[in-house]
Design a protein around this ligand. Structure first.
Ligand code: GLU
Length: 484
């Protein structure tokens, strides 16, 4: 392998939805590959059959596509190093385990799960590190043969060297050392014939010429086992980069089981892929200055593993919301128009009732107020339907017994205006206030309530200019009738 050929992989296990932590790992691998002109590979690690969830691979592939993280090799797209799904590579793993057996660094273990459990409990009682006690390491040829002939199930374990220091260097964490005393005689091949994560991971990273292993910090403690396996095979180790843990704001570990951390959930809640990608990019990485808003293309240019920090990255939903607002705000008008139509249709509205120009005016008025597309209908429902009710708090504060009379007069003046614009509505209101000898506010607040049913929103004259003279007057009359 030429050392400057970058090949990285995202290697999820198909155990459910893609977690935001998984998206971060995928993104950092993707960005590193794009930034260094290398290849980004998707590999499915599905050798733990008990945790396999049907449909999870499709979900992973679709979620990566949705986020814009196109991979160069992997399931569906193929590539020269396939298959990219581990359950389709079983013969490769058993061949490699055979090699380790021949080299004398792996052995069969016939211990039953019950025996292992008893052993583990005893070790726990004695406060010892749980570790396989090597009962089967020294089985004779004959014992091995007899057990096999008796059809006893077995696993294959690695013989971990005694008393050595396992060293490796991590791009993010620097030099790391583990004593081999802390490493168990790990299982390489399970009794069902499937490899363990460790074996399959190392064999595949080697055979698919992975140059950099970029993954979450939770895998750091597996790395010594991997380093030992590379050494046992006589292979070079790839470069490692373990990404910092994701933390809740209280600095507890962000857990997959906390439910609301599947990318799918965020997508359904209306987060934009641009915002989510930008957000996860900042979970452990920063550009070295205070810029925070990035497109995927900008991230591809800026990203470097050297700028990833070691310390845990706090997952702050407010920041994600802010990024969603920023990305939504900076989208081209035509794109937001399509999104708005889709959103309105999704809420059961007939979008053909509104012209594109009308909807674009609504977009201009609401742009600074929407974090999610749903805010268009939640914060500005009156652009689409007349108010069905009026906020009782606002009535209490702003609607006086005289308001109806004032508004009636204002409506009369509005009706007399010929094709009025925003400034004409505004002038008419000022004139009416003057004639009635009241403040502008005595008209503005009841008028806002009458046309929108609410006490706040974009500029009032923007709203009535968008609604138009007739609709505004209709709403004033309806409010006069209904607000008592
Ligand atoms: N299958 C592991 C996971 O689910 C991959 C870890 C690694 O990248 O080595 O995250």
């Amino acid at each position: 392998m030429s050392p400057d050929k970058v090949r990285v992989r995202f290697a999820p296990s198909p155990t459910g939805f893609l977690h935001v932590g998984g998206l971060r790992t995928a993104l950092f691998n993707y960005l590193f590959a794009r930034n260094s002109g290398g290849k980004f590979i998707l590999r499915i690690e599905d050798t733990d059959r008990a945790r396999y969830v049907a449909g999870a691979v499709d979900n992973l592939v679709n979620t990566l596509r949705w986020a814009g993280l196109d991979y160069d090799e992997g399931p569906v797209v193929g590539g020269d190093f396939g298959p990219y799904v581990q359950s389709e590579r079983l013969d490769i793993y058993s061949k490699h385990v055979g090699t380790l057996m021949e080299k004398g660094v792996a052995y069969r273990c016939f211990c039953t799960p019950e025996r292992l459990e008893t052993m583990r409990k005893e070790q726990e009682k004695k406060k010892l590190q749980p570790k396989y006690d090597r009962t089967c390491l020294n089985l004779s040829e004959k014992e091995n043969r007899d057990n096999l002939a008796a059809g006893k199930p077995f696993v294959i374990r690695m013989k971990v060297p005694d008393n050595i220091t396992i060293k490796f260097s991590d791009i993010i964490r620097g030099d790391v050392e583990f004593s081999s005393e802390r490493v168990d005689d790990q299982v390489l091949l399970k009794s069902d014939g499937y490899p363990t994560y460790h074996l399959a991971n190392v064999v595949d990273d080697h055979l698919t010429e992975i140059s950099h292993v970029i993954r979450g910090e939770e895998w750091l403690s597996s790395t010594p086992k991997h380093v030992l396996l590379y050494a046992a095979f006589g292979w070079d180790v790839p470069k490692f980069a373990h990404l910092p843990l994701l933390l809740n704001p209280d600095r507890s570990k962000l857990s997959k089981r906390q439910g609301d951390v599947a990318v799918e959930d965020y997508r359904e809640k209306g987060y934009l892929k641009e915002a989510l990608v930008n957000f996860v990019a900042l979970l452990g990485w920063n550009p070295g200055d205070d810029r925070e808003i990035f497109s995927l293309v900008e991230l591809e240019k800026e990203f470097s593993l050297e700028k990833v920090n070691k310390s845990g990255a706090v997952f702050n939903v407010e920041k994600l919301n802010w990024l969603n607002f920023q990305h939504l705000r900076s989208k081209p008008e035509d794109e937001v128009l399509d999104m708005l139509k889709e959103h309105l249709t999704g809420t059961g509205m007939d979008v053909s009732r509104y012209t594109d120009d009308y909807l674009k005016e609504v977009i201009t008025a609401m742009r600074e107020r929407v974090t999610f597309m749903k805010d268009y209908t939640e914060k500005g429902p009156y652009f689409f339907v007349p108010p069905a009710e009026y906020d009782p708090e606002v009535i209490k504060k702003r609607w006086k017994p005289e308001s109806a009379g004032y508004l009636k007069r204002l409506a009369g003046l509005f009706l007399s205006l010929d094709n009025p614009g925003k400034i004409d509505f505004e002038n008419a209101l000022h004139r009416t206030a003057e004639e009635l000898n009241i403040s502008n506010g005595d008209l503005i607040h009841p008028l806002r309530l009458a046309v929108s049913g609410m006490g706040e929103g974009p500029g009032l004259f923007d709203i009535i200019n968008i609604l138009g003279k007739e609709e505004t007057v209709r709403r004033i009359n309806a409010a006069i009738e209904r607000i008592k």
